[in-house]
Design a protein around this ligand. Structure first.
Ligand code: ADP
Ligand code: MG
Length: 535
């Protein structure tokens, strides 16, 4: 053998292995959970996030906080990912999923200390997660899309404790109405609901409008304010002369030549607009700019026009009005037109918005949020999105569960019972899984200033005596039947959270080697900085 050292990896690669890697990852993941813990539940606090440019977000929404924090630690990032998945799959429960995952890992550490192998813990967790699914299937409540009362309470539970709470009855009406209108054949596509915001007036003025609302005013004051029986052209090319991509020099030596050049420009624009008019359109939505002269010609023709409409709005308009987005002038014809009963400009405070109402497709809806400041409006939007998500999910699966920690306590109780039928060390893992679920009600209590141990003991006692809907009602701080108190959540919030949390915990547990590289030439590898601080 030669005594030359064997070099496997470049120098700037950092590596931690074995127990260190494991503990470091677990610690990072737990820190993420710890960070958002105080926001859980109706009595949870908000966080103020300030970006490097000074933008401020005030929120209580788990996924928003985590996304804004620019987390770098690889294991912590995995926690952020499950919050994102929860957000896209259900729309709510993002704090809960991270907290359960964090607690699963914290409890796994206790088992690691007892020298139980991580793969055994992972196996136990997997068994427990699967058992939870079957328990949930057994004890969830069936509802139909016509159970509006229940759906409204699902919507309100998602809004409790957020700034939307003050008007939650009204918002719940809006949300349930909106989702019911787009529900069809067991499917709900929340993209059919546009959320638009308008500063001024109070949040209680928020409204559901059937049709599309654009945050745009008509391009010229001379255009009509209202168009009835609208025939709509949608174009994604500019109604102006293109700026040449390369510098062009035009030599003009006489006034006639200059006039000729200007006339030529005018003629081109005139042709453009007459093509638009020939289609019979009385409304134009343009994704790009509209030239001053074109604006003048359109006004003269009594056409209503908006410019620089965003692509996503153009697509929504196409879907709603049945029109086609036309990409070049030659394709413009009356068969591409969309239609709506009314297009009008409506003034709210200082803003002018364009309403497109009575669309061909009745599924086109807009929730127009009003509010005094942008921070309020943004937080209302997040609450409404959560609410839309939970109502959509409840309608799709037709299943709901009691909130306020009731379902978690019942799951934990049944899991422990089931665990007794297992032998060996998996039983211990199932036990720890159950206690991780109890972290939700204890945190709800703690955040409300109640004694978590007292609450947990009382909840467990009630469940042992058969009250499976007993939960913590934070409207009156009592332990009671939370279904009767109308604290209701969708089934999917729980199945998704339990699945993702156990998957990510298991994935982190199985890692015993972290090899970090920051790419070529950069000697500072992205290794978690707190290595060694943990023991
Ligand atoms: P997440 O991001 O996980 O949705 P939230 O801050 O929205 O976190 O809190 C959700 C938790 O609050 C759920 O466990 C839910 O059951 C509970 N909850 C909602 N309303 C009430 C209430 N009135 N009393 C007790 N718990 C409630
Ligand atoms: Mg929530």
């Amino acid at each position: 053998m030669s005594d030359k050292p064997v070099v496997l990896m470049p120098e700037d690669i950092q590596r931690i292995m074995g127990k260190d890697a494991q503990r470091n990852n677990i610690l990072a993941a737990r820190m993420v959970a710890e960070m958002i813990k105080t926001t859980l539940g109706p009595k949870g606090m908000d966080k103020m996030l300030v970006s490097p440019t000074g933008d401020i977000i005030i929120t209580n929404d788990g996924v928003t906080i985590l996304e804004e924090m620019q987390i770098e630690h690889p294991a912590a990032k995995m926690m952020v990912d499950i919050a994102k998945t929860q957000d896209s799959e259900v729309g709510d429960g993002t704090t809960s999923v991270v907290m359960i995952a964090g607690k699963l890992l914290e409890n796994a550490e206790k088992l690691l200390d007892k020298k139980i192998h991580p793969t055994l813990i992972a196996k136990g967790y997997k068994i427990a997660a699967e058992k939870c699914q079957s328990i949930l299937n057994e004890i969830s409540l069936k509802i139909s899309p016509n159970d509006e009362g229940i759906l409204k309470h699902v919507a309100m539970t998602a809004m409790t404790g957020k700034s939307a709470e003050a008007s939650k009855e009204k918002f719940a009406d809006i949300v349930v109405n909106a989702v019911k209108q787009i529900y069809h054949d067991g499917k709900v596509d929340l993209n059919d609901i546009k959320i638009e915001k308008s500063k001024g007036e109070g949040i209680a003025d928020t409204e559901l409008i059937s049709g599309i609302v654009l945050d745009k005013e008509k391009v010229s004051g001379d255009m009509p304010v209202v168009i009835k029986d609208a025939k709509i052209v949608l174009v994604d090319f500019p109604l102006e002369l293109k700026n040449p991509e390369i510098d062009t020099k035009i030599s003009i030596s006489t006034p006639e030549q200059l006039q000729g050049f200007l006339n030529q420009e005018e003629r081109t624009i005139k042709e453009m607009i007459s093509k638009v008019k020939d289609t019979g359109a009385n409304v134009v939505f343009c994704q790009k700019g509209i030239d001053d002269f074109a604006q003048y010609l359109l006004s003269k023709a009594r056409v209503y026009a908006c410019r620089r409409v965003s692509r996503s709005d153009m697509e929504k308009l196409a879907k709603a009005t049945g029109g086609k987005i036309v990409s070049n002038l030659g394709e413009l014809s009356s068969s591409e037109l969309g239609s709506a009963e009314i297009v009008e400009e409506v003034k709210h405070g200082n803003d002018c918005l364009t309403y497109v109402k009575g669309c061909k497709n009745p599924k086109a809806l807009t929730i127009l949020i009003h509010g005094g400041t942008n921070h309020v409006i943004d937080e209302i939007e997040r609450a409404l999105r959560d609410s839309l998500g939970v109502v959509a999910s409840s309608i799709k699966t037709g299943l709901v569960v009691p909130g306020g920690g009731a379902i978690e306590i019942e799951l934990a109780r049944r899991l422990r019972h089931f665990g007794q039928s297992l032998t060996g060390r998996e039983q211990l893992a199932v036990e720890e899984f159950a206690s991780a679920l109890e972290f939700i009600p204890t945190t709800l209590a703690e955040n409300a200033g109640l004694d978590p141990i007292d609450i947990l003991t009382e909840l467990k006692a009630k469940h042992d005596s058969g009250e499976k809907n007993a939960g913590l009602n934070l409207f009156n701080n009592k332990i009671e039947n939370v279904l009767e108190a109308r604290i209701i959540e969708p089934y999917k919030i729980k199945t998704q959270a339990i699945n993702s949390a156990s998957e990510v915990a298991n994935m982190i547990l199985r890692i015993d080697d972290v090899i970090a590289s920051n790419g070529k030439g950069n000697s500072k590898a992205r290794m978690p900085s707190n290595i060694g601080e943990y023991d």
